[in-house]
Design a protein around this ligand. Structure first.
Ligand SMILES: Nc1nc2c(c(=O)[nH]1)N[C@H]1C(S)=C(S)[C@@H](COP(=O)(O)O)O[C@H]1N2
Ligand SMILES: [Mo]
Length: 235
């Protein structure tokens, strides 16, 4: 079943991880090492471990701390035009189950809400609420291959980015469609944007259209990263 929408079995699989067995069929140990991976990714872990092992949570704030004016629009390019009714998020690469999901599909998945601090390296920060689907849940649905180590994100405005797999699988890493309790405004990345309290602002791609799991980091690592920003971008 290739590039199908979310079906009932997959939804059941997600709730309670009844389908974990499917994720553990990896074909033996993979001993290769990527120079980039070993050099700058201290958390290089196998995907099976990341699906099971709890990761430490970053600070969350009460709703009363939200600073609605503090989150500045920061876009390197024009806001892209994406029709949310026909939009499909592509998940592909090192997965056994490539998928294309509509916003309806995505909204059927468990909604995770969090109030976190967004930090931009340009010298501002904002407490903001994000609601959306955990990226980990989407990756689990796509059945990652045991060789996957990185996640590459493409955006509708030409922005691109890559993350280490542990950060992508972190329980507070969301593909968000809500901001401060409302649908995300287009300038903030609708219909889907990355939101996580563990990475700097430039790692939080807006208008994400494609999520590609990779065994090795591509030469294109990120729009800002390729101009000298640090790749890991952790907080
Ligand atoms: N696609 C895309 N994503 C992006 C950017 C961008 O220019 N294009 N800018 C980044 C930077 S530097 C920051 S600080 C945040 C800003 O998010 P906001 O505009 O919703 O406040 O988006 C990040 N994600
Ligand atoms: Mo930023």
């Amino acid at each position: 079943m290739n590039h199908n929408s979310l079906n009932r079995r997959q939804l059941l699989q997600l709730s309670g991880f009844a389908g974990m067995g499917l994720l553990l069929d990896s074909c033996g140990l993979n001993q290769y090492s990527t120079s980039v991976g070993n050099a700058i990714d201290p958390l290089n872990q196998r995907v099976e471990e990341l699906l099971l092992k709890p990761q430490a949570l970053a600070r969350e704030y009460p709703v009363s701390s939200i600073e609605p004016q503090a989150l500045l629009i920061n876009s390197f390019n024009d806001t892209p035009k994406i029709d949310p009714t026909t939009f499909k998020l592509i998940i592909d690469g090192a997965v056994n189950q490539p998928m294309q999901l509509s916003m309806n599909d995505i909204k059927k998945l468990p909604l995770r809400s969090m109030v976190i601090q967004h930090v931009c390296v340009e010298g501002w920060a904002a407490i903001v609420q994000w609601g959306g689907v955990r990226l980990k849940d989407l990756i689990a649905l796509a059945q990652p291959k045991s060789t996957a180590r990185y996640v590459y994100f493409e955006s509708g405005d030409g922005y691109y980015n890559s993350w280490d797999l542990p950060s992508a699988m972190h329980p507070q890493t969301l593909l968000a469609y809500q901001k401060n309790g409302q649908p995300i405004p287009v300038d903030n990345g609708a219909p889907l944007r990355l939101a996580a309290p563990i990475k700097l602002g430039y790692k939080q791609s807006k208008w994400v259209t494609r999520v590609t799991l990779l065994d090795r980091l591509a030469t294109k690592q990120g729009y800002w990263e390729d101009q000298g920003y640090e790749w890991f971008g952790g907080l």
